[in-house]
Design a protein around this ligand. Structure first.
Ligand SMILES: Cc1ncc(C[n+]2csc(CCOP(=O)(O)OP(=O)(O)O)c2C)c(N)n1
Ligand SMILES: [Mg+2]
Length: 279
């Protein structure tokens, strides 16, 4: 159990990040709101509670590492990094603009970004390299990798899954953003994934299932993952577009910016939710 104050503070932080996601994609005129909003609560818990990191010293050797393998959700990562203090919040307003540093997919030129991503399927392999290095160097950091459910269609994910258990990487925690949608439709129609828990257990992983918008469940799943002797997959059941009514559970906001009217409506919904938290 976590104190209600901790939970509430993280919920407030997540709303701030959701507002940045909506604002920055609106101002950019393009981007991926759906998959950014589905991982916002997870990223908030990582950067504002779970991870050992220092925005003033992004290269600190003992830091926990985060790999955003589903790189198209960069707006949520940038918002979390800016709120954490890696760079100025106002930089978010220049998302995807020519000659600005926050491009559509994460790049290592951005403070706090561990690895450039965007080509799906590669991040788990990179996370394995980081986790293996941690073992070899006898450092006790953890590596977190956020995967999309459509992304795990990629064959490279399964080679990586096999090697993580082979190398006994219990310092590796993968989080599957199980929002049920990929670019062309529902995951089970495009390339059925189930039974996900059995498949990953067969590959030697410890598997947990949580509500990926429940702050307490997210925090507790990290605690449990860190006790495991195996790499852990946290299947986080989420809603694509979470927090904005007309984006929730839809394919249409996978990769599309809101119109001006939609932007205003989205912000007013998020602000109302924020107000309720402060009451
Ligand atoms: C190798 C590769 N193929 C195709 C794409 C284009 N693409 C970007 S997002 C996406 C859908 C991913 O679905 P999912 O992993 O479920 O992401 P989410 O639902 O979290 O947005 C695709 C196909 C890509 N970025 N990389
Ligand atoms: Mg998905």
């Amino acid at each position: 159990m976590y104190p209600p104050k901790i939970i509430k503070n993280l919920q407030k932080r997540a709303l701030t990040i959701r507002k940045h996601v909506v604002d920055s994609i609106y101002l950019a005129g393009s981007g991926h709101p759906g998959g950014s909003l589905s991982i916002t609560d997870i990223l908030t818990c990582l950067y504002f509670h779970e991870m050992h990191h220092d925005p003033k010293n992004p290269q600190m050797e003992t830091r926990d590492r985060l790999v955003l393998s589903k790189g198209h959700s960069a707006p949520a990562l940038y918002a979390a990094l800016a709120e954490a203090g890696y760079f100025e919040v106002k930089a978010l307003n220049k998302l995807r603009k020519i000659n600005q540093f926050l491009q559509g997919h994460p790049s290592i030129s951005v403070p706090g970004v561990e690895i450039s991503t965007g080509s799906l399927g590669q991040g788990l392999s990179v996370g394995i390299g980081m986790a293996l290095a941690g073992k070899l160097d006898k450092k006790d950091y953890h590596v977190f990798v956020i995967l999309g459910d459509g992304e795990i269609d990629e064959g490279q994910i399964w080679e990586a899954a096999a090697s993580a258990s082979h190398f006994k990487l219990n310092n590796l925690i993968a989080i599957l953003d199980r929002n049920g949608l990929q670019i062309d439709g529902p995951t089970e129609e495009i390339m059925s994934l189930e039974p996900i828990p059995l498949r990953w257990r067969a590959f030697g992983w410890h598997v947990l299932e949580i509500d990926g918008h429940d702050i307490e469940e997210i925090l507790m799943s990290f605690d449990e993952a860190k006790k495991s002797m195996k790499p852990t997959l946290i299947i986080a059941h989420t809603i694509k577009g979470k927090g904005v009514s007309f984006m929730e559970g839809t394919l249409s906001f996978h990769g599309k910016s809101p119109t001006k009217e939609q932007w205003v409506k989205a912000l007013s919904e998020l602000e109302q939710e924020e107000q309720e938290l402060y009451d």
